[in-house]
Ligand binder design. Structure first.
Ligand code: 3PG
Length: 210
């Protein structure tokens, strides 16, 4: 699957920062049971790589990726752990080349048209718009649609159940990313049923571009 196909799996990619790898498997099963199939585990905790491994094994229907890729050497670590896609807050040439060389589909992060065009010049046409809300949100991304035709986005950063629908109504948005479907308190409480409910609510959203 390429990055666009991964973004079309479900309208929301949960952004998961996992501190206890033992919770990764039930969390993946809870999200997958709700219908969210692409799961992003941020590489921000010591448990992240082990969590990716556990999730990939526990939820065969899920496509587990590694987020917060900020250095090229993390691409190999992510692939080795079983990540099937990568997500980055930025779009450095070295990171994009490392992902391409490893065959890892990557959502590079962009916040300006020039960054989006630089990624496009390297063949990346499905991008993360980050951080979405503080960079102009729905209005900004809507204004990008005509001049940056051919680019598709997964906006992330500040997206909630309240504004996800507005992003998904845009013609250049395939899916959104967000942490709201797996709140830290529900994960800590191991309230998997509540997380499946949030996931199902998110999975029922319909992207206009899909
Ligand atoms: C992040 O960097 O943590 C992601 O963009 C998720 O952001 P959110 O917590 O605002 O959904």
């Amino acid at each position: 699957m390429n990055a666009e196909e991964i973004c079309r799996l479900a309208p929301v990619i949960p952004v998961l920062t996992i501190r206890d790898a033992r919770l990764a498997a039930p969390l993946a099963r809870a999200l997958s049971a709700g219908g969210l199939r692409a799961l992003e585990v941020t590489l921000r905790t010591p448990a992240a790589l082990e969590a990716i491994r556990a999730m990939a094994a526990a939820a065969p229907d899920a496509v587990v990726g590694a987020g917060t890729l900020t250095r090229p050497d993390q691409v190999a670590q992510a692939v080795e752990a079983g990540a099937r896609f990568g997500v980055s807050p930025g779009a450095t040439p070295a990171l994009m080349e490392a992902a391409r060389a490893a065959g890892l589909p990557l959502l590079p992060g962009v916040a300006t048209p020039s960054e989006a065009m630089a990624a496009m010049e390297r063949g990346f046409t499905t991008l993360k718009f980050f951080p979405a809300e503080v960079n102009g949100g729905v209005a900004a991304l809507s204004a990008w649609a005509a001049p940056l035709a051919g680019l598709k986005f997964c906006p992330t950063g500040g997206i909630t159940r309240a504004n996800a629908r507005d992003y998904l109504a845009l013609s250049n948005v395939l899916c959104v990313g967000g942490s709201w479907v797996a709140p830290a308190d529900l994960v800590a409480a191991e309230d998997w049923r509540a997380i499946t409910r949030l996931a199902a609510e998110a999975a029922a959203l319909r992207p206009a571009a899909a």
